[in-house]
Design a protein around this ligand. Structure first.
Ligand code: SAH
Length: 409
């Protein structure tokens, strides 16, 4: 008898009846409650074979009994999970970006479940890569992944930004460092032909909101329909929407953010792109700012002054239980923004909470429109940019939604 192939000698996780379908459909997560049996002692972080209750093959996954997600399936094939495997999988992800974001040099190169690599995120900022591993099995294979990334895109630098709360649930501690090359201070990243200075070792997310890159362009096109527009960019961070609007011809753009660092960086970004004359960024709490601008005395009338307002807040929800509070927050900013919009004006609004679906989100906007006696025309719908792929059989891969409305009256 020949020695068993390494794959067949892997420990086996047998699922309970009726638990196999979602795995076959492409969902990678297996919770403890779905498991009938594990054939032999497995060490956390190891590869396992996954089979249905009749012992039919389903795939190979990464095991971690410490995590709520006990197994993350990474392939349905009978294949060795080595550097070549990661290289092929990441190459496929790169091709998706090249097809759907042609010409882009900065994008999320691997988005975990969206690219069938649960627990791995790789962002590409020109020639610098930022890596995050949020699952033990991926974390243990970091060096293999780094080698695959070097072969594929020859990055100047690879940064590790592993400070996510989710690592705790996998038994992993925080890590932040340079895995390859060197990095001296903030870098200037090219996004849609604009330059954004960003600190890849300390900024939000891994540096920029790459998921909005397609929406920056589309929103700017809509703003350009009103030559010389006056624009308000709420929650402006590094000036993503503001700078795109200014480049598209807006004559006065005001950005608001409660982070003084973000305001300072956005101001530098405006200068670096030759857009300083049109853009000002203010350090303000958007809720307070909008309230002060919409509060009028008994005999005063509010004069709307903006041709376009962008609302791109952080997620107001952490879980399902916080949704009602979040909806009150969304309603409040929409009510006030609508009061500040001129007739015919454009409202581009986004919600990045997975727990608020787009119908619910639109209902909030409509309720604010009703209260302010505005009627809206929907002129665009937005979702996350194609470097954050949405896989319908993995509902968790959808989170960003948005709309552009014009005020009819
Ligand atoms: N529109 C940005 C991303 C926004 S992220 C872009 O495309 O890059 C959310 C931003 O809102 C962060 O920069 C954060 O500092 C800011 N923020 C969060 N709560 C705020 C508040 N109440 N008022 C003002 N800014 C806030």
């Amino acid at each position: 008898m020949t020695a068993p192939a390494p794959i067949d000698s892997l420990p086996t996780v047998i699922l309970k009846p009726r638990e196999a379908d979602r795995i076959v459909a492409g969902h990678p997560w297996i919770y403890a409650g779905a498991i009938m049996h594990v054939t032999q002692g497995v060490t956390d972080g190891d590869l396992v074979q996954v089979k249905d209750h009749r012992k039919h093959w389903l795939g190979i996954g990464l095991y971690n009994a410490k995590s709520k997600i006990t197994v993350r399936v990474i392939t349905h094939e009978h294949t060795t999970v080595d550097q070549a495997f990661f290289e092929a999988r990441i190459k496929a992800a790169l091709e998706v970006r090249r097809r759907h974001l042609p010409g882009a040099t900065s994008f999320r190169m691997v988005n975990a479940e969206g690219d069938f690599l649960s627990g791995l995120i790789v962002d590409k900022y020109d020639d610098v890569l930022v890596l995050q591993t949020s699952a033990l099995g991926m974390d243990l294979r970091k060096q293999t992944i780094v080698a695959a990334l070097k072969n594929l895109v020859s990055p100047r630098t690879i940064v590790e930004r592993n400070e996510m709360a989710s690592r705790k649930f996998e038994g992993l501690s925080d890590a932040n460092g340079i895995l390859e090359g060197t990095l001296d201070g903030p870098v200037s990243v090219n996004l849609n032909g604009l330059k954004f200075e960003t600190d890849l070792r300390a900024g939000h997310k891994t540096g920029l909101y790459l998921d909005q890159q397609a929406n920056y362009q589309r929103t700017a096109e809509l703003i350009a329909l009103t030559p010389g527009a006056t624009v308000l960019d709420c929650f402006s961070f590094l000036g993503g929407f503001a700078l795109h609007a200014a480049r598209a011809g807006a004559k006065q753009v005001v950005g608001l953010d409660q982070s003084a660092d973000a305001v300072a960086a956005a101001t530098r970004n405006a200068t670096a792109n030759g857009l300083a004359a049109q853009c000002t960024f203010e350090n303000a709490n958007v809720f307070d700012w909008l309230k002060s601008q919409t509060t009028v005395g008994p005999h005063e009338k509010l004069i709307p002054k903006f041709d376009a307002i962008i609302l791109d807040p952080p997620s107001f929800t952490r879980n399902r239980a916080s949704v009602p509070d979040a909806l009150r927050g969304y309603k409040e900013i929409h009510l006030r923004a609508l009061k500040l919009l001129k007739p015919g004006g454009l409202l581009a609004t986004f919600c990045c909470s997975h727990h608020v679906d787009s119908a619910t989100f639109q209902d909030v906007v409509l309720s604010a429109a009703f209260d302010t006696r505005r009627i809206l025309r929907r002129v665009a719908t937005f979702s996350q940019s194609p470097d954050h792929p949405y896989i319908p059989s993995i509902p968790e891969t959808e989170y960003l939604k948005g709309f552009a409305f014009e005020v009819v009256r």
